[in-house]
Design a protein around this ligand. Structure first.
Ligand code: GLP
Length: 253
């Protein structure tokens, strides 16, 4: 796992954006896995600003709320359209976001995973992390071998999401999410985390035991993971000086 610590969120986002841009230039048909949340917002803004060619890029979003129409302002369909897709030249049919309105969740999930395989697999899976170590919507106690499926959110995650729904009472309980096993099949995972409130989850993910109680810790078993942090998110890492030295003294091979 490569841990890249930058002084600020802006600096970490800029380095991550350069990495994504390079992939799109080298592989115009790249397949990206995409997250939602506040964390990737500046990255999406930066990618838009870079005016990259998305024409042949394919995307698969991680998750969506069950029972929410794509038009709902808090849906991840709306989020992705507003913050990325409407600003870039991506081909509509290459965009994939789980359908929260499907009448057959297991069938839909099976098909979505097949679509990922048909596209050649995910080249780069972008990820955020919840304060409890969840990634996608794989809450603590999720199987580390899980596939795409319906999940029930914890009260904490529902509270974190409540703002978009006008309060806790309306905050959805159920979601469709790629599983940890699905995420682990991406060729490269790039996880972003900013702010002190993510420090505990990051320490657990990078340096703690691999445990279903911090589902993102499964990434320790993935051969290619890059983690971009600001100082506050890195504040509880024991091996911080080591990670910093590695990044600053990378030999050009
Ligand atoms: C939600 C999303 C995750 C995201 C997490 C953290 O649960 N499903 O993909 O990583 O929130 O969100 P934020 O980046 O706003 O802290």
């Amino acid at each position: 796992m490569e841990v890249i610590i930058q002084p600020t969120q802006e600096a970490a986002t800029a380095v991550a954006a350069q990495f994504v841009a390079q992939l799109l230039r080298e592989k115009p048909r790249a397949v990206l896995g995409l997250p939602t949340g506040n964390t990737p917002l500046p990255l999406y803004r930066e990618l838009v600003r870079m005016k990259l060619d998305w024409h042949r890029v394919t995307t698969f979003n991680l998750d969506e709320y069950v029972g929410l129409s794509p038009q709902h302002p808090a849906s991840y369909h709306s989020f992705m359209h507003e913050n990325l897709f409407r600003h870039i030249n991506i081909t509509r049919k290459n965009i994939h976001i789980p359908d929260g309105m499907t009448g057959n969740i297991p069938g839909f999930c099976e098909k979505y995973e097949q679509q990922i395989r048909d596209a050649g697999g995910i080249d780069l899976q972008l990820l955020g992390i919840g304060v409890d170590g969840h990634s996608g919507f794989n809450e603590p106690s999720s199987s580390l071998a899980s596939r795409m499926r319906m999940k029930t959110l914890t009260a904490r995650t529902r509270r974190d999401n409540a703002k978009g729904f006008g309060g806790m009472a309306q905050s959805p309980h159920h979601v469709i999410t790629m599983g940890i096993g699905t995420i682990m099949e991406a060729r490269h995972c790039l996880l972003l985390a900013f702010g002190r409130k993510k420090a505990k989850a990051i320490a657990g993910m990078v340096e703690g035991p691999v445990t279903a109680m911090n589902p993102a810790s499964a990434l320790q078993l993935h051969p290619k993971v890059t983690v971009y942090l600001d100082e506050p998110a890195a504040s509880r890492l024991k091996m911080k000086p080591y990670y910093r030295w590695i990044f600053e003294n990378k030999p050009s091979l």
